[in-house]
Design a protein around this ligand. Structure first.
Ligand code: B12
Ligand code: SF4
Length: 653
């Protein structure tokens, strides 16, 4: 985005006069009473994949933040409604059994939903939210559609992405009238009171607007306290029963039954840590603010008893902050008869898991799944990124968790940090192997605006052209993220080419990566392939060595889901799903054998990957699988000790 607008360094008086004139022009004395909120589709039509949505595999989180704002405003007697376009699109696809990829028009569908909602509700003000920078294009399209078709209704924007990149967003979006920055619990009612003449213009806070090319920012903060936060989203306006029917919420969806009703809940905002790649501290400030335990448990009971919810995903940044409160909250859930199961898709801090009594309370209150933010196994990198935890902390946490095998635990790991050498990446691989958690979610670093690492990489010339990308030779857009629309899925399905020239491949998998020793810093262009190597090594190869019945069951459920819903054409996943069938059910079904045959026939990509790791269709046909992968992938011409490339062979216990 070109930096067209400029932040004004103005005399405060001029700023307030400009704001007053702006409100007068926009509202012309008319009071705002009716507010309609929209949450945009997660992705725009360029990225949206109809088949993913049809399989019920698109993300479909309730608009929790907008639900909170709706309650805040309704408590002050405004008329408010909320429309989650992402959910409404998925609902249409689910409802229209006869729709298909060809006859479904994504853009017309959301235009239609939006038009109906505006005509029916007749708002005085429309508010659009944007949580993720990866949603920017979709958000922009929704805002321009509203502005082009409803010029007379003022348009307000807000949310995490908007607050972190206010100049970038305002330069790129035409016609936005009002911008609410950071948490809106107090700032939005405050803004409306100023607009409606109930407060002075000097009371403006967390607010910005653009006039011509000038951007006026009112930086005063109105941070919500525990009492402000201890309210429930307006669930009655959010179709809360049906979000998990049309899409997925959280990373443990596949382990819940088909009739599970999943929703979300938040108990804290903010995080005790300050990881350099994370936006949370800039957004929420340095402290963690808690809802009252009573308010959290009331909300869970309401979800359970009034909406039939059976599982929740916590939205917290730091769910386990404050040991006493944490244990008290989980105990209260048990005491007050909350029967829900829960997971922490968003990740928890390992330090808190060192305490057995915390994990015990989590377990008793229904925890079935947990991500742990680890990122790296190298002490220098951990220090550099200010991760709260050392290798010893992570190992101790995994030791405690091993006493609770019913909890399915996954590590969040990253690669691609500035100056991260191959040796450091192998430290991460080795830590993952030593921790022996159930899965490792690997992602390549995404430097987001507003984070310290973004500033550092920008100064060092390491950024790509698009936000959230590393610099690659062709500056290709690399929207790394886990799940539905991830870069790895794009590579597997041929939408993005892998950097390895498969025709030219001889010797080991790592050969073409031109890795000569462990001290090199891998180029951004080879991180996709290193990612693949790590994934086979720390995740798939472990399944061959897995013998614990409870873990076999969990891995079977997980791969059953991934193989059928997320990535049905991924040969590697079909192979290992077949392995888990064999281990869990005692046999591999014919359909799975057939699916692997087709995947290998159809895709050179998977054939080559199978050859590299010595995996064969015959293993499924004969139902005889190897006990380990012995292709260490040692690059020829590698100088140094090659033993770090060997895959482990011992059974997992
Ligand atoms: C829960 C969560 C998730 C969940 C689901 C989120 C969802 N869809 O609801 C999951 C696990 C799926 C997830 C995934 C990802 N996440 Co996330 N996630 C969060 C988290 C922890 C909380 C968000 C939340 O629900 N907050 C609770 C509600 C109450 O707050 P809220 O929505 O922000 O709303 C408040 C204000 O923002 C404001 N507001 C919001 N909208 C509007 C609109 C108007 C008009 C107004 C006036 C005000 C307003 O008022 C509300 C009340 O105060 C945030 C961190 C954070 N603390 O913000 C990261 C965060 C948003 N995620 C982040 C990232 C990077 C991701 C991923 C890209 C990670 C990845 N590599 O895969 C993916 C992207 C998913 C996708 N769409 O493709 C980054 C975003 C950075 C950025 N600039 O994009 C954050 C900030 C964390 C970080 N690491 O820095 N995430
Ligand atoms: S621990 Fe998680 S939420 Fe907290 S600063 Fe680090 S990445 Fe962000």
């Amino acid at each position: 985005m070109v930096d067209l607008a400029r932040k004004l360094e103005l005399d405060e008086g001029i700023k307030y006069t400009a704001a007053k004139n702006h409100f007068d022009n926009l509202f012309n004395g008319k009071k705002v009473k009716r507010i309609l909120f929209f949450n945009p589709p997660d992705v725009d039509e360029e990225i949206f994949d109809y088949n993913i949505a049809k399989r019920g595999r698109a993300n479909n989180y309730p608009s929790y933040g907008l639900g909170i704002l709706t309650t805040q405003l309704m408590n002050k007697n405004y008329e408010v409604d909320v429309c989650n376009l992402n959910h409404e699109i998925l609902k249409r696809i689910y409802d229209h059994k006869n729709s298909n990829e060809k006859n479904f028009n994504f853009v017309e569908t959301w235009n239609d939903i939006l038009n109906n909602k505006i005509k029916e509700f007749k708002p005085d003000l429309i508010g659009v939210s944007c949580l993720f920078s990866v949603t920017h294009n979709s958000f922009k399209k929704v805002c321009s559609y509203i502005k082009n078709n409803y010029q007379e209704i003022p348009l307000l924007i807000g949310g995490v992405h908007v607050s972190h990149d206010i100049y970038g967003v305002m330069n790129d979006l035409e016609g936005v009238d009002l911008v609410s920055l950071f948490e809106g619990d107090r700032a939005l009612p405050n803004l409306l009171e100023v607009i409606n003449g109930e407060k002075k213009v000097e009371d403006l806070a967390q607010f910005a607007f653009k006039s011509g090319k000038d951007i006026y920012v009112f930086e005063e903060r109105m941070v919500p306290n525990s009492e402000d936060m201890s309210i429930m989203p307006a669930y009655h306006k959010m179709d809360i029963k049906n979000h998990s029917k049309f899409g997925i919420i959280g990373s443990w969806h596949g382990m819940l039954g088909d009739d599970a009703v999943v929703s979300t809940c938040q108990s804290n905002r903010g995080c005790r840590a300050a990881c350099t790649f994370c936006n949370v501290r800039t957004y929420h400030g340095k402290t963690v603010r808690h809802k009252t335990v009573d308010a959290v448990v009331d909300e869970l009971l309401c979800l359970q008893n009034d909406y039939g919810v059976t599982h929740i995903v916590w939205l917290d940044d730091d769910l386990l902050k404050d040991k006493e409160r944490t244990i008290h909250m989980f105990n209260e859930m048990v005491r007050r008869n909350v029967k829900l199961t829960w997971d922490a898709t968003n990740g928890v801090i390992a330090h808190s898991l060192k305490q057995r009594e915390v994990v015990d309370a989590m377990h008793k209150s229904g925890c079935i799944g947990l991500h742990i933010g680890i990122e790296s196994g190298n002490p220098e990198i951990l220090k550099q990124i200010r991760k709260p935890g050392t290798v010893e902390t992570f190992l101790k946490a995994s030791e405690v968790l091993s006493e609770f095998p019913e909890i399915n635990c996954r590590a969040l790991l990253m690669l691609g940090f500035p100056k991260e050498t191959l040796s450091m990446i192998f430290d991460t691989i080795e830590l993952a192997e030593n921790m022996n958690l159930d899965w490792n979610n690997l992602s390549v670093l995404q430097p987001w605006k507003g984070t310290p690492i973004y500033e550092q990489m920008s100064d060092e010339g390491l950024l790509g052209m698009e936000e959230g990308t590393l610099k690659t030779e062709d500056n290709e857009k690399a929207p790394y993220q886990l799940g539905t629309y991830s870069r790895q899925r794009a590579i597997e399905t041929g939408k993005i080419q892998s950097n390895i020239d498969l025709n030219d491949l001889k010797g080991s998998f790592l050969d073409k990566l031109e890795i000569a020793n462990f001290d090199i810093v891998p180029k951004a262009t080879i991180l996709d392939d290193l990612w693949f190597y790590m994934n086979v090594r720390v995740n798939f190869s472990k399944l061959l060595r897995e013998n614990r019945p409870i873990k076999i069951k969990q891995q079977y459920q997980w791969l059953n889901y991934v193989s059928n819903k997320t990535a049905p054409d991924n040969g590697m996943i079909i192979y290992f799903y077949a392995l888990m069938q064999k281990k869990y059910l005692g046999k591999v079904d014919l359909k799975t054998k057939q699916r692997l045959k087709e995947s290998l026939n159809d895709s050179e990509y998977w054939q080559e990957k199978f050859n590299m790791f010595n995996l064969k269709l015959e293993h499924l046909e004969s139902e005889l699988f190897p006990n380990f992968i012995d292709n260490g992938g040692i690059p020829s011409n590698f100088e140094g000790d090659p033993s770090r490339f060997y895959f482990p062979k011992d059974p997992v216990n």
